[in-house]
Ligand binder design. Structure first.
Ligand SMILES: Nc1ncnc2c1ncn2[C@@H]1O[C@H](COP(=O)(O)OP(=O)(O)OP(=O)(O)O)[C@@H](O)[C@H]1O
Ligand SMILES: [Mg+2]
Length: 271
């Protein structure tokens, strides 16, 4: 766990509406401390991607809008910045589904991540080597067309491209999607190393609660556009309801947090 500092990203009670009428986030608040890995958890459609897109200002392209609340990065509001301005500030999003440029090679994909930088080719090449140190597989595949690489390699390329922008913070959407368990662990190990050694903070959206809580410092569980539980990753891992609903450790199957045992759970959460 990296040493954690002050608030880096603060999301304050945001509401997001799509197409003027579809209310998706209903007052979400969360904080990412400098140096932390924070997991944003929840089932399909809970609002994880929407939350990340609200931060990186990618909602407008989808006819979505933050209609209430505020988002601060290093104590300054970032609600009206373009995604490009945010990259310059050090906040980079890795989208769900990897999104490589399929016709470019792996290396060309990585280099596109440096397009906002103005510190010259030598520095960019140094960082390319840094990316290859973390992802040796990408070095092997650097001349391959990205579209023909495996899902895991594409996920690595997407993260590597984000690193080429020299970010302070990466918003990482569902890195485990469609990958074999061993590869998921491998990617999370690298995320954890990047956090420790390169001091990159992460807000990562994951349906894979087990893995996310193994590597994160802190977690928020979203359900139906609201945070229903948050806490240190360790305490969430040990929480009976999290085990029951999200870690699949009970025979009860996955239900909604809100469905059952509301009173008992409330008591426990507040305790
Ligand atoms: N462009 C859009 N227009 C209308 N509704 C949308 C749009 N994008 C997402 N939604 C709705 O918003 C809700 C939250 O979606 P979101 O993609 O944020 O969930 P998620 O937690 O990332 O889910 P998943 O785990 O499946 O990726 C869903 O009900 C979804 O149908
Ligand atoms: Mg999503």
């Amino acid at each position: 766990m990296a040493e954690q500092g002050k608030d880096l990203l603060v999301i304050n009670n945001i509401e997001v509406i799509y197409d003027h009428v579809i209310l998706v986030l209903k007052g979400v608040s969360l904080t990412v401390h400098d140096g932390a890995i924070v997991a944003l958890l929840g089932a399909n459609g809970a609002g994880k991607t929407t939350t990340l897109k609200a931060v990186s200002n990618l909602l407008r392209a989808e006819r979505g809008e933050v209609t209430k609340g505020s988002i601060l990065y290093k104590d300054k509001r970032i609600d009206s910045l373009t995604p490009n301005d945010l990259v310059k500030l050090g906040v980079v999003q890795v989208m769900e589904g990897r999104h490589c440029f399929e016709h470019l090679t792996v290396e060309e994909n990585l280099l596109t991540g440096a397009h906002t930088r103005r510190d010259g080719r030598a520095e960019v090449m140094k960082d390319l080597e840094m990316v290859y140190r973390y992802f040796p597989r990408l070095k092997e595949r650097r001349k391959s067309q990205a579209g023909y690489t495996s899902g895991g390699e594409q996920q690595m390329t997407a993260i590597g491209r984000a690193l080429m922008a020299r970010p302070n913070m990466i918003l990482l959407d569902e890195p485990s999607m469609g990958l074999a368990p061993q590869l998921v662990e491998e990617i999370f190990e690298i995320v954890s190393e990047l956090n420790k050694k390169e001091k990159v903070s992460f807000l990562l959206a994951e349906q894979n609660t087990m893995v996310a809580l193994k590597y994160a410092d802190y977690g928020y569980i979203l359900e139906n556009g609201r945070v229903v539980l948050d806490g240190e990753a360790k305490s969430l891992r040990e929480n009976e309801d999290v085990k029951e609903f999200y870690l699949g450790l009970s025979t009860a199957g996955r239900k909604s947090f809100r469905d059952t045992k509301h009173y008992r759970r409330r008591k426990r959460w507040l305790a």
